[in-house]
Design a binder for this molecule. Structure first.
Ligand SMILES: [Zn+2]
Length: 301
């Protein structure tokens, strides 16, 4: 833990110094180095590797689109190539594993794991090797961007004591549309009330984690009524109305990856975890009856 935090702190300095130091082992495994040849352009490389121009610029600390022959560029892994590379994963069952927990973690359904392993029930045993079909590859795919971008942020690690999960209450939207709504309708000066928004595939990717301005700038949230909680509470919003529908498997996988990273790597102390309705009692049904709050409490306290 100590080591990973040191690397976390020094990562942005290393990038600024032009050293392609791998700050996270997992992202390092997935990124590749491209030596620029005559005729290469950033947009051409972006198309070729399935990433955006901005991602290449960010990975290499480039302020423009100027590149030169012979230059070594780090090409960050795209979510799609990483998913394709991890089409099948083997998981060895450890104490505490459940089929539903593994399904959440890998972003697949319980039924898909059962089918791939010819299981008739939900019984699994410690040491058993399970095939995880077409999973999201475990811990790095959905969270990768958030980790990379957070390297540029001076996180106020001692400040954040609570993490509150929300649903957006509507099927549509993404970080930018909610930001607009919170600015214009709710008259919130800092816009988007949450620190992170996890998409459902309608207006942003299914399981895509968008970073809000309040995380980039380490500002208080505006996601609960109690301002003392907003001051120390990280707000995570999943797009959807979970009174009517369930969060998607990829949304839950992204959520658990985000929570594992925040509680394991970012925050020095285990934060309090709550669903919005547990903070603002009698005022809201958020995050909705179909969000697996009890299961998440078993996992995050
Ligand atoms: Zn809420």
């Amino acid at each position: 833990m100590f080591l990973s935090r040191r690397r976390f702190l020094y990562g942005s300095a290393a990038l600024a110094a032009g050293l392609a130091l791998p700050v996270y082992d997992l992202s390092a495994q997935q990124s590749v180095t491209h030596v620029v040849a005559r005729g290469d352009t950033l947009s051409g490389l972006a198309r070729r590797y399935g990433v955006t121009v901005a991602q290449i610029q960010q990975a290499n600390n480039l302020r423009s689109t100027v590149i030169w022959v012979g230059q070594s560029l780090t090409i960050p892994a795209s979510a799609s190539t990483a998913v394709a590379a991890a089409a099948t994963t083997t998981h060895v069952v450890v104490r505490g594993d459940t089929l539903s927990g593994l399904a959440l973690r890998y972003g697949v359904s319980v039924r898909a794991i059962q089918t791939a392993n010819k299981l008739s029930g939900t019984q699994i045993r410690i040491g058993q090797r399970l095939i995880i079909p077409g999973g999201s590859g475990g811990s790095s795919v959905l969270i990768g961007n958030v980790r990379n971008e957070t390297q540029r942020i001076q996180v106020q690690r001692e400040r954040w004591r609570t993490i509150v999960v929300h649903h957006s209450g509507i099927r549509f939207g993404n970080a930018s549309s909610y930001d607009n709504f919170h600015r214009t309708q709710r008259r919130m000066q800092h816009g988007l009330a949450y620190h992170f928004v996890i998409g459902n595939g309608v207006d942003s990717g299914d399981g895509e984690i968008e970073i809000g301005g309040r995380w980039r700038q380490q500002l208080n949230g505006g996601h609960v009524r109690n301002s003392a909680v907003n001051e120390v509470g990280i707000g995570i919003c999943l797009v959807g109305n979970f009174m009517e529908t369930h969060p998607s498997a990829r949304q839950m996988s992204a959520f658990t990856q985000l929570m594992d990273w925040l509680t394991g790597d970012v925050l020095p102390r285990k934060p309090q975890f709550a669903g919005h309705k547990e903070i603002d009692r009698n005022h809201t049904v958020c995050p909705g009856r179909h969000f697996p709050l009890a299961e998440m409490h078993r996992r995050y306290g």
